[in-house]
Structure formats: C-alpha cells, structure tokens
Design a protein around this ligand. Structure first.
Ligand code: PLP
Length: 441
C-alpha cells in the first residue's frame, strides 16, 4: 500500500528499479522504452556515468551551502556555460529547482525590474490560451489551460490571455503563414492597448508548446512580430523553454531558431536531465544592471537555489549537450521519428496532425480528420493510449488538452537524445499499436 499522494490516486504504478540508456526497468522485470524522457526531462537517458561522477565529486566536496553566505564553483561554472552557449543578450543566470520556480522567478524579476526603472504602474501579465507554465499559483495563473485552472480560478491572480499560434486549428485556409502571424501580433497589440500600453509588464509564451498542445511550433516570423509589438510598448518578452529548451528541438535554446532576443528565458527539465531537480532563469544585462544599480537585490529566493549538486549535474549535462554532433543527432533522430510516425499513422482516420521539431513530436487525435472534432472527453482517450503503450513497453506522454473549451487528446514524444535509429522505430511501432488499440471502440 502506498503512503504517497500520487497525481492519479486510482492508478497503481509499477515501481521503477533501474534505468539504463533509453530504457527503464520495473520491479517485475519489465522493460519500457522511454519515448517521452519522462516529461521531456531525460535528455541524456538513464545511468549517464559522466553526470553521476560529477554529482559524486561535488557531494564529496560539499553538498549544500546557503546562498546568503556562499557561492560555489559548481553554480558559477554552470552559469558561465549557459551564458556562453545562450543566444546573445542573455547575460546572467538565476538558478532554482525546477520549471514552476523558474517561471515564478521570471515573473517577479520582470515586475521588480520595471519598479527599479521607475515604471511601478506596470501590473499586467499577458500569456496565451491553452498554455501551461507550471503549477504554483503565479505560474498556474499565467497558463491559459482552462482545465488546469478551473478549480483554482478564485485564488489565481488575474492574467490576460490571447490566442496561441496553432496553425493546425487556427490558421485560415486562405491565410498565409505571414498573414496568420500578423493577425496574432495584431491581437497582442490590441490586448496591450486595451489594458493600457504602459501598464503591461510582460508577454509570456513557449517557443514550441509542449504539455498543453503537443509539440506545436509557431509559424515562421511569429516571434519576430511579437517581439516588435512588445518593443513598441516597452513590454518584456519572457520565453518559457522549460520543456522545449536544452536541445530538445535541435538547438540548445529554442528561441535561437526564432531569431528573437527575449528579455528573460526559463529553462528546467533537460537542464538537469533528470539527474537533479534544477531550473534557471536567464536574464538580460539591462535587467541585471537595473537591480545592481537600484535596490542591489532581487527580492526573491528559495532555500535550495544554486544547489551545488544540482548545479554540478547540470554543468555536466550542458557540457555534453554542447559537444559537436549532439544537436545534429537530435535533428536526425527527430526527422526519423517524424517520418516513421507519418508512415505508420499518417493515414489513420483518427490522427489529425503529426508535428514538432527535433526530438519533440506531437500527434493530435481527432474523431474526424475533416472537421478536426476532438474525441469525447468522457472517453479519456489519452489515458487509454498511455495504458496501451505501457502494456507494450513504451513510455509516451498523452494529454487531454483543451480546444475551445472542449478537451482534445494528443500524444507527446520526447525521447533521450542518445536514442538510436532502431529504438526510434521501436517507439513508432509500439505507439502505432497503442493508438490503434485505444481507438478501436
Ligand atoms: N513551463 C513549461 C512550459 C512546462 O512544460 C512545465 C512543466 O511541464 C513547467 C513550466 C513547470 O515545470 P515543473 O514541472 O518543473 O515545475
């Protein structure tokens, strides 16, 4: 009997006892291929000796030192590596313990920055409908996913939402990608003006949407137009790369592929690769200098920020991710995964869209491909797919999203970057079997 309050109380979970490469073993001796990296976390797979050695070495030196007394080589080294590898303009790092903490810190950093530079009237956050930015109160309020917010709505601070960039559903048949991007930028511009152009703090978005929509990249040019709108009104651009960052989409930072310079970027998940809980906010020099020359402190903090063992693990993960060939491997394996999924599922009457970038792929399920009608939420198709996949020895990440208030189902795939071609093929075969079984009545 479990004494843990698991997320799904009814589910009886197998006990994971070992992990090696792209596989996890349970206590009954069954092996599962990690097609989702957990929740897009395990970018280097399981049992990476270099990362484990780095953690051990750090633990032998010192396992914990509070940040009001000390910094550590591990934290400084990680921050230096991240700044060196990040797109230009992300010059400082704030280290936390996960994605929600990173988003909370970014929101507070944005607000404090504007207070420091004499704009305390700025108070509104704008994000996008159907988005997810974490489960703590501020991050949950930022996310626009109606289902996740519903029962907590009365205690959430007010946040404003505009349309996501979701070409499969929202780009009109007669509309070019350019025109669609412009329409969305105009919508953001109108929302900022409606709230008061000098009263908005920041716009928050994921470069490639993960949990709520299933690996949905924006159309080309969308983020450049969004950046222009933000600049016009002095609004900060916060890009949430908690899920899509750290090489997941084939570039170490997803925003690098969009050609925009965000003011703040959040990262987590792949940063620690699952070896340690860690997240970070990367910030511009302008924000850092406003703090340094203003109040002299960022009024925030948690007991475990800059944890040395987490930083040592992440420092090694980042070093490995930056090695020659790693991002090329993500792109090549991602292309193979996309091609395999299209070959196996492209003709299925229930598969509406197969999309993504790098090793971040999503499959959207529909009752009817022409009308794009989602499955009845009562069917809990995503849960069925997960069960069928686990029975076939595959971990994937199916979710019931919210499409215009109606729940729709998708499957997210985010395997480790070390995956080999035959393992990609195994994922495709098992997932196709699981989807066929789950939709069979
Ligand atoms: N932001 C995004 C885009 C996410 O996908 C997630 C988690 O899935 C979070 C924030 C929250 O991260 P965490 O679960 O580490 O708190």
């Amino acid at each position: 009997m479990t004494r843990i309050l698991h997320r799904s109380i009814a589910a009886s979970l197998p006990h994971a006892v070992a992990g090696q490469g792209v596989y996890i073993q349970d206590a009954a001796g069954r092996s599962y291929i990690d097609g989702s990296g957990g929740a897009a976390v395990s970018c280097l797979g399981h049992g990476n000796v270099e990362v484990l050695d780095a953690m051990r070495a750090q633990m032998d030196r010192i396992a914990y030192a509070h940040t009001s007394f000390f910094t550590t080589d591990a934290a400084e080294d990680l921050a230096g590596k991240l700044v060196d590898l990040a797109p230009e303009g992300l010059d400082y790092v704030y280290l936390v313990s996960g994605g929600s903490e990173a988003v909370e810190a970014a929101l507070k950093m944005a607000r404090q920055y504007l207070v420091e530079i004499g704009q305390p009237q700025r108070r509104h956050i704008i994000a996008r409908r159907q988005s997810y930015h974490g489960n703590t109160i501020g991050a949950l309020a930022t996310g626009g996913n109606a289902w996740r917010r519903a029962q907590f709505q009365p205690i959430l601070p007010e946040t404003h939402h505009v349309s996501p960039c979701y070409a499969y559903r929202d780009q009109r048949p007669d509309e070019s990608a350019d025109d669609y991007a412009q329409r969305l930028a105009d919508e953001l511009d109108a929302k900022i003006r409606e709230l008061g152009a000098d009263e908005v703090i920041a716009f928050v978005a994921e470069p490639v949407v993960g949990a709520t929509m299933g690996a949905v990249p924006a159309v080309p040019g969308y983020f450049r137009r969004i950046r222009e709108v933000c600049d016009r009104h002095g609004v900060l651009l916060i890009l949430d790369e908690v899920m899509c960052g750290m090489g997941r989409t084939g570039s170490l930072f997803a925003c690098a592929a969009e050609g925009v310079r965000p003011d703040l970027v959040t990262i987590a998940k792949g940063l620690g690769g699952g070896y340690q809980p860690i997240g970070a906010v990367m910030l511009s020099d302008a924000i850092y200098q406003a703090f340094a020359q203003g109040s002299g402190l960022f009024q925030h903090g948690h007991t475990y920020i800059c944890h040395p063992v987490a930083a040592a693990a992440a420092g090694k993960v980042v070093e490995i991710l930056a090695r020659p060939g790693m991002m090329e491997q993500v792109v090549a394996m991602g292309d193979r995964l996309q091609a395999g999924l299209e070959a196996a599922l492209g003709q299925s009457p229930f598969v509406g869209d197969i999309r993504g970038r790098g090793l971040f792929r999503g499959i959207e399920l529909v009752v009817d491909r022409d009308s794009k009608t989602p499955f009845d939420p009562k069917m809990r198709l995503h849960a069925r797919i997960k069960r069928e996949a686990m029975d076939r020895g595959l971990m994937c990440y199916p979710m019931g999203g919210t499409i215009d208030g109606v729940r729709g189902d998708h499957v997210l795939l985010a395997p480790p970057y070390i995956i080999q071609p035959e393992e990609i093929d195994q994922i495709v075969e098992r997932l196709a079997g699981a989807i066929t079984a789950a939709t069979a009545g």
